[in-house]
Design a protein around this ligand. Structure first.
Ligand code: ADE
Ligand code: ZN
Length: 332
């Protein structure tokens, strides 16, 4: 069954591009740019060193600092999509953060054109389709969020298909981000937001009540509120679930206690995602394999997850229909 799951067409809807950079690649780019990375960034096993959500976010910022130009963005996009394609991921939407690029002196245009080149090169070489979700960083505040969303709307690119927000869920209120999200939604961008990861069900209620979203990043804490689960079903909200990330960040003590199966069995549309693969020692392929093993899911169950994910993707209709057909053709 492992081999069958390996071959299954997979969809990634939730990864952070800057968080996909593997330690070796970060060191290589830092060396090329003559901007040494902080030694404390690495642990003894050549992984990233962090111990909780706050130190994870700091490590994430630190890794991002190796990037210095659009070409670096091309390279990290290409490497990430190449790894995805090797696990038969056929479509990947990745979050990008113009705030992190700006911190490195990279303009929005250079960042987007670098990423678009990486997407084009990866599709040419591996057949994988990549798309971009522009995100703001919650703890940088709504004013900064307005800058990011306005820049996105003023500089449209066919690969930019949505808007989102990551960062510290405890900073500011979701309601303060309503004007930011309205700008994205009014300009026709589909939206998602991180909620119900670090904070509880209330953060998910806020997300669905105050933001024009069709998906939630994580949302796993919704499981503690039956009324909220019903509301997510009524509103057809998709949850981008990242079990490996949740376990690494100690949201749940082990696979057995992870609510993915409970949430899915209630009838909520879900996807399986890597979030920040090298930080959490995961990949989309590992998420599918681990879910099969720990939740007793077979290839047909996982095929249904790929279909739910592609349905919930922000891809244009033509791309969506073509890739749904590709998943349907897979014999489970
Ligand atoms: N940025 C990168 N990864 C994140 C996560 N898991 N939650 C919130 N913000 C993030
Ligand atoms: Zn995330």
């Amino acid at each position: 069954m492992q081999e069958q799951i390996h071959k299954l067409p997979k969809i990634e809807l939730h990864s952070h591009l800057e968080g996909t950079i593997k330690p070796e690649l970060a060191k290589q780019i830092a060396k090329k740019n003559a901007t040494p990375l902080d030694n404390n960034l690495f642990d003894d096993n050549e992984g990233y060193a962090w111990s909780d959500f706050a130190s994870f976010l700091t490590a994430y910022d630190s890794v991002s600092s190796c990037l210095k130009n659009g070409e670096d963005y091309r390279d990290i996009t290409y490497e990430y999509l190449k790894d995805c394609a090797s696990e038969n991921v056929i479509y990947a939407e990745t979050f990008i953060s113009p705030d992190h690029a700006a911190e490195c002196g990279i303009s929005y245009d250079d960042m987007i054109s670098g990423i678009a080149s990486g997407i084009d090169d990866a599709e040419r070489d591996f057949g994988i389709v990549g798309r971009i979700i522009v995100t703001c960083v919650r703890h940088l505040g709504p004013e900064q969020g307005l800058n990011v969303v306005q820049t996105m709307v003023d500089n449209p690119h066919p690969y930019v298909v949505g808007f989102g927000m990551g960062g510290d869920e405890n900073a500011f209120t979701i309601e303060e981000y309503t004007p930011v999200y309205n700008i994205a939604a009014n300009a026709g961008y589909a939206c998602t937001v991180h909620a119900g990861e670090i904070c509880g069900p209330d953060s998910v209620w806020d997300a669905i009540n105050y933001l024009p979203i069709s998906r939630i990043g994580h949302g796993v804490k919704s499981v503690y509120d039956e009324k909220l689960i019903s509301e997510l079903i009524n509103r057809k909200i998709h949850l981008e679930i990242c079990p490996g990330s949740n376990l690494a960040l100690s949201l749940f003590p082990n696979w057995k206690s992870h609510p993915l199966l409970t949430i899915m069995n209630k009838g909520i549309s879900i996807s399986l995602n890597s979030d920040d693969p090298p930080f959490f020692n995961t990949t989309v392929g590992k998420e599918y394999q681990n879910s099969a093993k720990n939740f007793n899911l077979n290839a047909e169950d996982l095929k249904q997850i790929s279909l739910m994910a592609m349905e919930a993707s922000f891809a244009d209709i033509k791309t969506k229909s073509r890739l749904i057909e590709e998943i349907k053709k897979f014999q489970s």
